[in-house]
Design a protein around this ligand. Structure first.
Ligand code: SF4
Length: 155
């Protein structure tokens, strides 16, 4: 809802603190969903065909492709090692745009979840309104690509 949106006309201070907290499934932040662009980027990074990458690193839930989750990792991303992303240069759009997701920009979610769980909020340099808008646009476009990438929609 419009009146719930947080204001960022003066930007928001944010700098990743390497906590790895955004790389762990919790509540609504479950899977790392992948668009075709993400998959192609990863395939190149791992020097695998798209098919081989999907087979090795992906699962499908409700028709949506996402990075495989392994029970033994307790929700940690398969690419998180010692709180560091081991595929940082090739990380998916979902990770590139964090924490500036459209779904995060309302005061309830931002104040009660994002700011509480992400130690990077309020640290480092100010991310300008222009930059935030760019990230929100990327997040929006990424969601559309993920929807387009859906396979075998639930009947
Ligand atoms: S790909 Fe990297 S940044 Fe994204 S959730 Fe996994 S470890 Fe975190």
């Amino acid at each position: 809802m419009q009146d719930d949106l947080i204001s960022f006309k003066h930007g928001i201070r944010f700098e990743c603190q390497g906590s790895g907290k955004c790389c762990v499934s919790r509540n609504s932040y479950g899977f790392v969903y992948l668009s075709n662009i993400d998959i192609k980027r990863f395939s190149k990074f791992f020097k695998l065909s798209v098919k081989a990458f999907k087979k090795k690193y992906c699962q499908i839930t409700d028709g949506f492709i996402h990075l495989t989750e392994r029970k033994e990792l307790n929700g940690n991303c398969i690419f998180l090692k010692n709180k560091m992303c081991t595929v940082y240069k090739s990380r998916p759009s979902q990770c590139r745009t964090w924490p500036f997701w459209n779904d995060n920009m309302n005061s309830k979610v931002w104040n009660e979840d994002i700011s509480v769980n992400c130690p990077g909020i309020g640290k480092g340099k100010i991310i300008t309104q222009t930059k935030i808008n760019k990230l929100l646009k990327e997040d929006f476009d990424n969601e559309k690509l993920i929807l387009k990438n859906r396979v075998n929609p639930v009947k």
